[in-house]
Design a protein around this ligand. Structure first.
Ligand SMILES: *Cc1c(COP(=O)(O)O)cnc(C)c1O
Length: 396
């Protein structure tokens, strides 16, 4: 393995057991074979357009813009995709690739259940077997998504190791893949893990900025001044940034979950509070305790509740090309409620982190400036939790 392969500066790489090497090499070879193949790309585009509902709209939020009194705000509506978020972009790409590789079985990790549902969805569509690993604690918190995955024909395996949450589900999925690579593809849900996953997931999510760039040029005749997206592992953000990375005048802003604040232990803001480390097959920044162990993380948003960040974001941070800001639960809940009332769009609580930052900076910008905010998903799944945050129990 050459040192530069799969590296983003010092980040990325393949820190995996020998037993997984064959699987990642097979995946990399297949990806290199198909990524520029016209037939593969035509099939993927057909699925993205006619199954997932792409291209997603770039919506001018006129009322929000007038209310905030500064920059023009556009929303990239990934919430309108089938299954309600950006996750389907990556799942369709990986499942199609797995099929071309002759795999008949998909495995996946999931935290809140969004990636598990998207993977179970494409597995149903393509007639593949599907097993989803989910922390036991998360299974209990997200019973509706467990039901949906089973309804779609997937097996859901509760993971009891560690804290019984997302990071443990990733570890378990990697172990499972090691023991069964002949017929199985690991459909990883974010731009993280060992090479080639960060690159594959980024490429499948880059459709977001490919579309938004063309859409804003058509509507405004110029590029935006800022692109803002929320960051868990970082897949919707890297997809939203990718086609603007070379445009130095476009500010790229990733919004991490500060939870109860970056000066507390109840946070998931990796760039703002984490340190360099190696975990889940990659070198990147991770939330760690004083001994370098992965720290428990917290956010009101289950989708941002991951103790690491994809290696390409770590690199964009190092070179100063993208900024990573921390948004608290309180600020995100405020934005969740604001967008619902102002535009009649209930965003995912993850996406509300990006909207909260747009609400902070838009008033400081001039009226001829433009912001694009990615609405990574819709908020139906979050209504009960936000009501509870405001002291109301919907089961009453
Ligand atoms: C999973 C999820 C996220 C976080 O994942 P990324 O890989 O950082 O994009 C954000 N928003 C929604 C709606 C999600 O479902």
């Amino acid at each position: 393995m050459s040192q530069s392969r799969g590296r983003f500066g010092i980040h990325g790489g393949q820190y995996i057991p020998e037993t997984l090497m064959n699987a990642v090499i097979e995946l990399e070879d297949a990806y290199n074979k198909y990524k520029d193949d016209p037939q593969f790309n035509a099939e993927l585009t057909e699925l993205l357009n006619n199954y997932a509902g792409r291209p997603s709209r770039l919506y001018y939020a006129e009322k929000m813009t007038k209310d905030l009194g500064g920059a023009k705000i556009y929303l990239k509506r990934e919430d309108l995709n089938h299954t309600g978020a950006h996750k389907i972009n990556n799942c369709l790409g990986q499942a199609l690739l797995a099929k071309k590789m002759g795999k008949t079985r998909l495995i996946a990790e999931t935290g809140a259940g969004q990636h598990g549902v998207a993977t179970a969805t494409v597995a149903a569509l393509m007639g593949m077997e599907c097993v989803v690993f989910m922390g036991k604690v998360d299974c209990e918190r997200q019973a509706l998504n467990v039901y949906k995955m089973k309804l779609l024909g997937a097996d859901v395996v509760p993971v009891t190791t560690g804290t019984g949450t997302l990071k443990d589900a990733v570890s378990q999925a990697m172990r499972e893949w090691t023991s069964r690579i002949e017929d199985t593809h690991y459909c990883l849900g974010s731009c993280m893990g060992p090479h080639p996953f960060p690159t594959i997931v980024r490429d499948f999510q880059a459709v977001i900025s490919k579309e938004s760039r063309a859409q804003i040029l058509e509507k405004e005749g110029r590029l935006p001044d800022a692109v803002i997206a929320c960051v868990g592992g970082g897949s919707n953000a890297i997809g939203s940034f990718y086609h603007y990375i070379g445009d130095r005048d476009v500010r790229l802003v990733g919004c991490e979950a500060a939870g109860r604040g970056i000066d507390t232990k109840d946070t998931a803001a990796t760039i703002n509070t984490g340190r360099l480390g190696i975990f889940h097959g990659m070198k990147s920044y991770f939330c760690q305790n004083e001994y370098g162990q992965i720290a428990p993380v917290y956010s009101i948003s289950a989708g941002l509740d991951y103790p690491g960040i994809g290696p390409e974001h770590a690199y964009l941070h190092d070179i100063g090309r993208a900024e990573y800001v921390a948004i608290t639960d309180e600020e995100a809940v405020g934005a969740f409620e604001y967008l619902s009332r102002m535009e009649g769009i209930i965003p995912a609580i993850e996406s509300a982190h990006a909207l909260a930052y747009a609400m902070k900076i838009a008033p400081t910008m001039s009226k001829d400036q433009i912001i694009i905010v990615t609405v990574s998903g819709r908020g139906d799944k979050d209504c009960a939790a936000i009501a509870r945050y405001r002291g109301q129990d919907l089961r009453d």
